[in-house]
Design a protein around this ligand. Structure first.
Ligand SMILES: [Zn+2]
Ligand SMILES: [Zn+2]
Length: 98
């Protein structure tokens, strides 16, 4: 079975090389941790090799470290991730003021 690159599993916290379960599942490969057998996906942050938690209903976009950096309000990562939402809010605010 095909395997992914080595990265940190968000569930067990170990450096693992996940098995590819489904290719391009909603644009990201669905993987399985060989350690804890949880569903995980590659972190969306460019250059990051760690993994995000996968779920039946909702898949995390980023690994725990990057998710935490956004919650803390810091980092370059926030910009591209929230740009669309911020633009929508700004547009709504502008039209409300007029
Ligand atoms: Zn794991
Ligand atoms: Zn990450």
């Amino acid at each position: 079975m095909e395997v992914k690159h080595v990265g940190i599993c968000p569930y067990c916290g170990d450096s693992v090389q996940p098995l590819v379960v489904v290719h391009n599942y909603v644009r990201r490969d669905a993987c399985k941790c060989p350690n804890c057998e949880k569903m995980i996906l590659v972190c969306r942050v460019p250059g990051c090799s760690d993994y995000a938690k996968g779920g039946d209903v909702y898949d995390e976009e980023m690994c725990p470290a990057h998710t935490a950096s956004i919650v803390n309000g810091g980092g370059e990562v926030v910009k591209w991730g929230l740009m669309a939402a911020a633009a929508a809010v700004a547009t709504a605010a502008a039209s409300r003021d007029k």
